[in-house]
Design a protein around this ligand. Structure first.
Ligand code: CA
Length: 676
């Protein structure tokens, strides 16, 4: 139904009610309440029918999300999903610009119109519920608030009934919930909506008209993650991840839910440059940010996956004082500020009898942490700590304060955390309220000790880096580790052409690219499925403020292409998407935050292709030297991944590059301003 017809219909209802002597309250509740975006293209309509609350979303007067229900069911108390009347409503708006301490863009515009609806149940309990809608030019968010009130105090949510009702059989890019693993490490599916049973968010949907929208959530705080459950051919509802006893959320009024979000764009590239997630999070809660510094790092890591080293102690132990010093030397010589070391602490592998015996304080005897940190300091490098919990959350929480205090004293300013286990503490999902509480506790404790967090096997990112900018990066998708051992052969070339439009919309990812040696001695049937030039391009395409060069120092030594990794920053002033087709290709240009240089990365899937890239983002009237790293004429991810050509020539804003990419290939460019 067209939105104007809907409004007319509702007016008719109002008029009838008025004729029947309807009171103001009913009059108000039957009117659809509208809130539009600042550019008037997007609109949310809120209405009540037979006591139930609904919303829909339109863009240019066409429905994007059709009539969808709002409300809750609880354990042991009556539901808050019917008998509603509208008590009142309030409009508001904001137009401000704020500065990110680090990120893909320095200055973020936060411009929206807001509608708050105050609902009351027309029964003896008279309980109230508030729904707030914010409509931006690039999407919408809405959240529920449970106000403090006499008849609603502590509550146990058994179901959040929020719906997302689609208008047609669109195609979606999605991953299933928990069926493959519990930390989002799945390959994305591309199917019609009716092939989805459950889906994690972000889920990205493309309509036949080319409209793209992504359903996700922002500011996931002390609540269960939202997943989507398909309940009818085109109807999806929020399915909260439960505790092990089946309860979904424990809450005490007053409190608010996370924002349910829709980024809505006319083309896939505009999804990437949306800042809805950050804008729907609270402002920064940390006073001093001077210790938070984006950086590149190398690590004793890929060699562990390749079998050259072991995590546990023994003849091939990787985390030795000597090895670590060698990595520190390499980092210091190549503009890397961090060295990650996995397998440094008691007790891994065969030594490990019980996950609860893992120590985050005690190192193996051949890893002299004091000496390593002293040495690192003389080289201008810091150690990145590693805390693999194996899902043992209680064991970790018992040690976290003393461990982080010790790391701070040693000068360790970042920690990579890991949770490789189906469940946390043997029974709770990573993305349950239990998990959400734990991951937040780690971030807050880390902030106290000036430690940045790189969280693997996480609960999905929801933009809380705005509030806690020491949450630098997370995993939460299939990263490059799958190219070391995955039985399906590794991440197919299309994988990284899907991530920018799905997982990356949630926040930075520690993907850990940088492979120069494509041989995999341990698992010859599994490999990194890209060319070397594409590995370089990924440093621009996939954003992380902690960015790893994952290969071994000996594989980088003497290779001229490594200069790009040494040069490329991981903190940006601005980001532009130059072309984009989900699952096929994407080209992104980013301006360095600390110089006038621009960087560009372009990647393709299995298909070789040639893309025209105009350099309109460069400054007018300025000459730049373009340093281009591209696939060699004979390059191909399968047969000849390492063939790279490096070219240098002068360009300006009028230059149009025409770039050929190999199958599974890409290209990376550094643009250096010729005037210093
Ligand atoms: Ca992982």
């Amino acid at each position: 139904m067209d939105i104007m017809e809907r409004i007319k219909g509702a007016w008719k209802v109002c008029v009838i009610l008025l004729l029947l002597g309807g009171i103001t309250e009913i009059f108000a509740s039957e009117l659809p309440l509208l809130v539009g975006s600042p550019d008037s293209k997007l609109r949310v309509n809120f209405f009540i029918e037979q006591g139930c609350a609904f919303y829909n979303v339109t863009k240019n007067n066409k429905i994007v999300i059709d009539k969808s229900m709002l409300g809750f069911k609880f354990r042991n108390i009556p539901a808050l999903d019917c008998n509603f009347i509208l008590e009142s409503s309030k409009s508001d708006s904001l137009n401000q610009t704020w500065e990110q301490p680090w990120g893909e863009k320095r200055f973020i515009t936060n411009h929206y119109n807001e509608l708050k609806v105050y609902l009351k149940q027309k029964d003896s309990l008279q309980r109230t519920l508030v729904v707030t809608f914010r409509v931006f030019n690039d999407g919408i968010g809405f959240r529920y608030q449970f106000p403090k009130q006499k008849n609603l105090d502590s509550l146990i949510i058994s179901d959040e009934e929020t719906e997302f009702n689609m208008t047609a059989m669109h195609n979606a890019w999605w991953i299933p919930v928990h069926s493959e693993n519990s930390f989002y490490e799945s390959l994305y599916r591309h199917t019609p909506l009716n092939k989805i049973d459950t889906a994690n968010t972000p889920i990205t949907i493309e309509t036949k008209d080319g409209l793209c929208f992504t359903i996700h959530e922002a500011n996931l705080t002390d609540y269960a993650s939202m997943t989507l459950l398909r309940t009818d051919s085109l109807r999806f509802k929020c399915e909260l991840v439960p505790w092990s006893n089946g309860d979904k959320v424990y809450g005490k009024a007053p409190f608010a839910t996370p924002w349910r979000t829709l980024i809505i764009a006319d083309n896939p590239g505009d999804l990437i440059t949306s800042h809805l997630m950050l804008n729907l999070n609270d402002t920064c809660k940390l006073d001093d940010l001077s210790w938070i510094k984006p950086k590149k790092y190398i690590g004793i890591w890929w060699a562990l996956h390749q079998g050259k080293y072991t995590w546990e102690s023994g003849p091939k132990h990787g985390a030795t004082t000597e090895n670590t010093k060698m990595y520190i030397d390499f980092a210091s010589e190549h503009n890397m500020k961090g060295v990650l070391v996995e397998g440094w602490n008691l007790s891994w592998g065969k030594d490990k009898k019980d996950d609860t015996l893992i120590s985050f304080l005690k190192a193996y005897p051949d890893f002299d942490m004091g000496e390593i940190c002293r040495y690192a300091k003389t080289k201008g490098v810091t150690l990145i700590g590693h805390n693999e919990t194996f899902g043992g959350v209680s064991n970790y929480e018992n040690q976290i304060d003393s461990a982080f205090r010790m790391y701070e004293m040693l000068g360790i300013d970042a920690v990579k955390t890991g949770y490789v286990s189906k469940y946390l503490d043997g029974k709770e999902w990573h993305d349950s309220q239990f998990g959400v509480r734990h991951y937040r506790k780690v971030i807050e404790t880390a902030a106290k000790y000036h430690i940045m967090i790189d969280n693997h096997e996480p609960v999905k990112p929801t933009g809380i880096s705005r509030t806690f900018p020491n949450l630098m990066t997370q995993e939460g998708a299939r990263g490059q580790e799958f190219d070391a051992w995955s039985r399906d052969g590794g991440n197919p070339p299309s994988h990284t052409t899907i991530l920018p439009f799905t997982r990356m919309l949630a926040g930075p990812m520690d993907f850990t690219f940088g492979t120069f040696n494509f041989e995999n001695i341990n698992n010859p049937k599994t490999r990194v499925q890209t060319t070397l030039a594409k590995q370089l391009a990924l440093y621009v395409v996939i954003y992380s403020p902690l960015q790893m060069a994952s290969d071994l120092p000996e594989n980088y030594s003497g290779n001229k292409a490594f200069q790009f990794i040494a040069d490329v920053p991981c903190d940006w002033e601005d980001t532009k998407v130059l072309n984009a087709a989900i699952g096929k290709y994407v080209t992104i240009a980013r301006k360095d935050r600390n110089s006038d240089d621009w960087y560009l990365g372009s990647i393709t899937n299995e298909e070789a292709r040639t893309l025209k890239v105009p350099l309109l983002f460069l400054d007018q009237g300025k000459k730049y030297t373009a340093e281009i790293y591209k696939d060699g004429d004979d390059a191909n991810w399968k047969m000849n991944p390492t063939s790279v050509n490096i070219e240098r020539f002068q360009v300006d804003v009028n230059t149009k590059l025409e770039m050929k990419m190999a199958s599974g290939g890409g290209f990376a460019v550094r643009f250096t301003s010729d005037i210093k």
